[in-house]
Design a protein around this ligand. Structure first.
Ligand code: IPE
Ligand code: IPE
Ligand code: MG
Length: 248
């Protein structure tokens, strides 16, 4: 199915976030080790980033590694980090060619130093690009992000730089790592799991959620387009009634 042609370009979301799940099960289905699934997952990332660029999406946030993922077997973690280094260094030319700016959220300090280096290099090399902003969530925990924001605000209050009455939605937003990024209109999770797994909890307060049974390595840009078409059929009411929306 060609879903791209069904997309209403005047009603595009500006930010899509994806929980890329199911690499391990995909590998198992192919009688291969888990890392084979992760490697094939990279091909899906490439396809989806390409697709996002084609339709002129502004922000795509990909959940690549959670703080909870540090609890996986050491061999898997090492292989994932290695895959990250290799992929970033290989893809940076393509990112530049496609005008993609690479950004990250998460606790980068906890990543191996070669990963950090490669990421910083790629971010610097792509920083002037004006097309898609590709945000990689690495060693990311939404609760940790909120804890850090609360700490920073509490410090501001204790130092009398922030008045208690100034604490509102906006101020909290400004203290999150996503401060400069609009909340995602659409959150996609693959692999049939119906949970958020500590991803962007504050930011998805009013996002549309889209779940698909497809395992991440089977997900392509056409699946992304299908999710967008599905999103565009929904009525986002933000607490109002359907009748109110049809008047305005
Ligand atoms: C997602 O696939 C990739 C990461 C979390 C790094 P999984 O590795 O979680 O795959 P499943 O869920 O075990 O199938
Ligand atoms: C969520 O997937 C994290 C990423 C996709 C990076 P997990 O596979 O780690 O999530 P759970 O453990 O099934 O909730
Ligand atoms: Mg998983």
């Amino acid at each position: 199915m060609n879903y791209k042609s069904l997309i209403n370009t005047s009603k595009l979301p500006s930010h899509i976030a994806i929980i890329m799940d199911g690499n391990g099960r995909w590998a198992k289905e192919h009688n291969k080790p888990r890392i084979f699934g992760h490697k094939n997952g990279v091909l899906s990332v490439r396809s989806v980033v390409e697709g996002a660029g084609e339709i002129g999406l502004k922000y795509l946030t990909l959940y690549a590694f959670s703080t909870e993922n540090w609890n996986r077997p050491k061999v898997e973690i090492t292989a994932l980090m290695q895959l990250l280094v290799v992929t970033i260094s290989k893809e940076v030319t393509t990112l530049n060619k496609n005008n993609v700016r690479l950004l990250t959220i998460g606790d980068l300090k906890s990543l191996p130093s070669n990963c950090k280096k490669e990421l910083e290099k790629a971010k610097t090399k792509t920083k002037n690009n004006t097309g898609l902003n590709l945000v990689l969530a690495l060693s990311y925990s939404s609760k940790a992000e909120i804890v850090n924001a609360v700490k920073a605000i509490a410090k501001g209050v204790s130092e009398e730089k922030i008045a208690l009455d100034e604490i509102d939605d906006n101020l909290i937003n400004e203290h999150l790592e996503t401060a400069l990024i609009q909340d995602p209109e659409l959150l996609i999770r693959t692999s049939g799991e119906h949970r958020i797994s500590n991803f962007l909890l504050w930011q998805i307060a009013y996002s549309e959620l889209y779940f698909t049974d497809k395992l991440w390595p089977d997900f392509t840009k056409d699946d992304l387009f299908e999710a967008i078409v599905n999103y565009q059929k929904r009525e986002r009411r933000f607490g109002m009634t359907s009748e109110q929306l049809s008047i305005s």
